[in-house]
Each structure stands twice: as structure tokens, then as C-alpha cells.
Design a protein around this ligand. Structure first.
Ligand SMILES: [Cu+2]
Length: 499
């Protein structure tokens, strides 16, 4: 009897063998013609410098074009915040007042959104906060949420995918005020940021942008903190990986190459109640996970992305790269490792809301580039929410393709997936929710406390091409007791003042 090697299995081996770079191309994903570079040390994004005066910690970022060397001797045009590709890691604590001067050194209008942050709408950095070329935008707010791995990226109307794809993205880490943590917390040593994204390169070394799938731009080469084929040398017996899926469309299922479990300690917007052993972690675009990996002296292990069942029709899964196996990061432990503290039984954690706290239920049907049958309209307020409210949002993917949903200025927990209740112990704080095709999630969402009936927040699919195509809506927060009928359904226009 002949044994037929499935296409999935073959491609998986081919991809894994190439150290994060696909040999011969994975199914449905454009192939890079550039040779695979030798493994190189993982770059760690620099920490953004800040100055504190009058109780405000001030950062400065400049978005500008640059040139990156992902492959030896090949120059790739990129965009970045302060660096050629990506951005520095901003770090501040709960309770701190922060200001960020964002200067646009790009040849076109952009914006900068603080993904996962709870803050007044005028500082959120969505499509209503454009920064013209040469201009500086200076949002300022107080951090009012627990420790979490947040991030920042452009959000200009209709062209978010292009701006992010050119390289604009960075982490924003929120710490607890006392700085104490039972988890590894030496940045770049045992607390490792991993900004994972994917690109296909042209023969000239440019990012390929002409061949877009139905989901947007999907690449065959992983960039981890801007490094192709990265390795991490570690002298710690336990490392914490803060993983961000910064890809425009590609989804990842992270796992160890030696099949040992990992320990999940945090999701998008906060730590879990207790460490949880997991075999793998699925992250769709915009989602984060904090994972602990235990290492053995002298025994390398690789963080991989494995094939994932996104529940879509097969052609769709091929074009989004869901059948691929990719090496994300090779980890090379030293021969002698620093011992690690025992795993804490519980983590500093904010208890989740109770369903009885929900004041109402809203349903959102995710369709083909529309939400509830409508495409994004900058001049239309879709939903009016009371500031500080807890609500249930039913996210119903009525489409045959994968979508997710990111809600600005909100943090929440999935309480029911496809009719099955999620036990409180299994819930975790999130701001971006994967909604498989033909599936309904019920999400208990807690909204920010700053009303502004004139300036909207966004909710949208974080597959950036879908977002750009119109899979986005707008909500405003109004003061408690406001009659929704009295709220104008048209937001302020760009740059207009209140009043
Ligand atoms: Cu989508």
C-alpha cells in the first residue's frame, strides 16, 4: 500500500526546515525569492526614553521612513517609529499620567492608536485623530488599568493595513505601580517581547504588496522584532514571552517544538487568575499572550507556529497561511541556567465582571466586509454606550471566513462560545476576540469611564484589510442617565473643537 504524504504535512516540514522562511512557498501564500539568511540574534526593541515633570511622564515618537537589512546585503524600504522598522517599547505604570508626542515624519497622513488602552476618546488615536505630515499630536491620559501587554500602531481611515505593513508597530507595557511581579520581569533578559509579523519579499528586497488574499497581505517570512530567523540565547531556566500578533492577517498557533506544554499567564489586557498549562496558543491579528517556557540546560527548543483549524473553507485557510508550520524563535539555553522561582499559585489579577452586571445585550453580525450589514461610515455613530457600563456583546460571524473583533476603550471576557459556557476559571481579560466562521461569542465587556458624546471609539475586525474595506463601526460613550435619542448620530469632523 502506498502511503500518500498529505500536502499539509509536506509543506509543514518544508516550512519548519527553513528556519521561519518557507522553501518553495506555502499553500496560497506568495513566496519570497530571497535566500534564507543564517540565524541571527533576536533584536529586542529599545525601551522608549521618557522625562517626568509636574507628574506627567512624557515620551516622544517620530514615524518616519527608513531602510532595514532583514537579509544580508539587501536593503528594504520600511517605516518605523524612531527605528527603521517597528518601534520602541513604551513602559509606564498604572496610576501614572503619560503624554506621548507623536510626530509624523511620513510623506502622508497617519494616526497612532493605543491598542487596548482605556482612555478618553480624543486621545485614542483612531481615524478621527489624523496627524498630517510634519505635525505633532500630543495625547495625554492617566493609566487606569492593570498590568498588561498593550501595543500601538497606525489607524488611518482606509489605509491601516498599508501603514502597519510598512512596519509601524510597537509595544506599550503597563506595569503595576509597585513594580513587584511574581513573574520573570527583566526586560530582554527573561521577560522577552516578541512582536511577530509576516512579509513576503520581492527579488529587490521590498515588501510584496501586489498579491493580496481575501484576508489581506500574508507573507511567507516571519519577522520577530524585525529579525528574520532569530535565536535567543538564555541563561534563565524560565523565560516569559510577551507575544503580539502584529500581522495584518496571518494567524499563529504557538507551541514548543519538543511538544512540552507552556504556561499561559496573561492575555490581551491582563494576567490570568492563575497560571494555566497549555499545549499551544492561538493568536489572531492584534491578540497577545504571555507565555512561560521552562528550559533545560544546553537543550535548544524552538517556538513554532503550527497549523490551525480556523473553521473556514479550505481555500480560505490556504490563503491565510493556516496550514503552515513556521519556526518563530530558536531558543538556545546556556549549559548552566539560573534557577527559577516556584510558579506562583495565583497571579495579581482583577476579577472579571459578573454577567448580572451587564446592563444590555447588543448583537453584531460579522459579514463580508460589513458589520450588521453596514460598512464603516466616518459620519455615522452606530452605537451609544453609557460610560463605565458593562454590556454583553454578541459577536456572530455569519460569514465563511475568519474574522476577529477589537473593541476600543473596552476590556472583556468571553463568557460563552458557540452555545457553550466558558467557566469563570477559564476566562481571561481581552480586547480582541477571534470569532470563527459560523460561530457566536458572547463577550462581557467593561467600557471606559470617560464620556464624550461627540468623539467615537471604533470596533472592528483586526484583519486589517477587512477593517480597511469597511468592517468597522463607531460608538460613543455618554454620561450615565443620558437619553440615547438626544445624542447626535454624527461625530465631530476632523480637528474640530468641542462646543
Ligand atoms: Cu475580518
Amino acid at each position: 500500500m502506498t502511503r500518500r504524504i498529505g500536502r499539509r504535512g509536506f509543506l509543514g516540514l518544508a516550512c519548519a526546515a527553513a528556519g521561519g522562511v518557507v522553501l518553495g512557498g506555502c499553500a496560497g501564500v506568495p513566496a519570497s525569492p530571497l535566500p534564507v539568511p543564517a540565524p541571527r540574534p533576536l533584536a529586542i526593541p529599545p525601551l522608549a526614553p521618557s522625562t517626568t515633570r509636574d507628574g506627567v511622564r512624557t515620551f516622544a515618537l517620530t514615524a518616519a521612513p527608513g531602510t532595514s537589512a532583514f537579509h544580508p546585503g539587501v536593503r528594504t524600504p520600511t517605516w518605523g517609529y524612531d527605528v527603521a522598522f517597528g518601534g520602541p517599547t513604551i513602559r509606564a505604570s498604572r496610576g501614572e499620567r503619560v503624554r506621548v508626542h507623536v510626530t509624523n515624519g511620513l510623506p502622508e497622513t497617519t494616526s497612532t492608536h493605543w491598542h487596548g488602552m482605556t482612555l478618553p476618546a480624543e486621545h485614542d488615536g483612531g481615524p478621527h485623530a489624523p496627524i498630517e505630515p510634519g505635525a505633532t499630536w500630543s495625547p495625554e491620559w492617566t493609566i487606569e488599568q492593570p498590568a498588561a501587554t498593550l501595543w500601538y500602531h497606525p489607524h488611518p481611515h482606509g489605509v491601516t493595513e498599508r501603514h502597519v505593513h510598512r512596519g509601524l508597530a510597537g509595544l506599550f507595557l503597563v506595569d503595576e505601580p509597585d513594580g513587584a511581579s511574581p513573574l520573570p520581569h527583566r526586560y530582554g533578559v527573561d521577560d522577552i517581547p516578541l512582536v511577530v509579523t509576516d512579509r513576503t519579499f520581492t527579488a529587490d528586497g521590498e515588501f510584496e504588496t501586489r498579491r493580496r488574499s481575501a484576508h489581506g497581505l500574508v507573507g511567507d517570512t516571519l519577522l520577530v522584532n524585525g529579525t528574520v530567523a532569530p535565536y535567543l540565547a538564555s541563561s534563565s531556566s524560565r523565560i516569559r514571552l510577551r507575544v503580539l500578533n502584529a500581522s495584518p492577517a496571518r494567524c499563529y498557533r504557538f507551541a514548543r517544538s519538543d511538544d512540552r506544554p507552556m504556561v499561559l499567564v496573561g492575555t490581551d489586557s491582563g494576567l490570568l487568575a492563575a497560571p494555566r498549562t497549555v499545549g499551544s496558543a492561538l493568536l489572531t491579528p492584534g491578540e497577545r499572550a504571555e507565555l512561560l517556557l521552562d528550559l533545560d540546560p544546553g537543550r535548544p527548543v524552538t517556538l513554532r507556529s503550527l497549523p490551525q483549524d480556523l473553521g473556514a473553507v479550505s481555500g480560505t485557510e490556504r490563503s491565510i497561511g493556516a496550514m503552515d508550520t513556521l519556526d518563530v524563535l530558536r531558543i538556545r539555553p546556556a549549559g548552566v541556567l539560573e534557577p527559577s522561582a516556584p510558579l506562583p499559585g495565583a497571579l495579581p489579577h482583577e476579577p472579571g465582571p459578573d454577567e448580572s452586571a451587564a446592563s444590555r445585550v447588543r448583537r453584531f453580525e460579522l459579514g463580508n466586509d460589513v458589520i450588521n450589514g453596514r460598512a464603516m461610515d466616518m459620519t455615522r455613530i452606530d452605537e451609544i454606550v453609557q460610560a463605565g457600563a458593562t454590556e454583553i456583546w454578541e459577536l456572530a460571524n455569519v460569514h465563511s471566513r475568519p474574522h476577529n473583533m477589537h473593541v476600543h476603550d473596552a476590556r472583556g471576557q468571553v463568557v460563552e462560545a458557540d452555545g457553550r459556557a466558558v467557566a469563570p476559571a477559564q476566562r481571561s481579560w481581552k480586547d480582541t476576540f477571534y470569532v470563527p466562521p459560523r460561530t457566536v461569542l458572547r463577550v462581557l465587556l467593561r467600557f471606559g469611564r470617560h464620556p464624550d458624546p461627540a468623539r467615537p471609539f471604533m470596533y472592528h475586525c483586526h484583519l486589517l484589510y477587512h477593517e480597511d474595506q469597511g468592517m468597522m463601526g463607531q460608538f460613543v460613550l455618554v454620561p450615565e442617565g443620558t437619553d440615547p435619542g438626544s445624542v447626535p448620530r454624527t461625530p465631530l469632523t476632523h480637528g474640530a473643537d468641542h462646543g
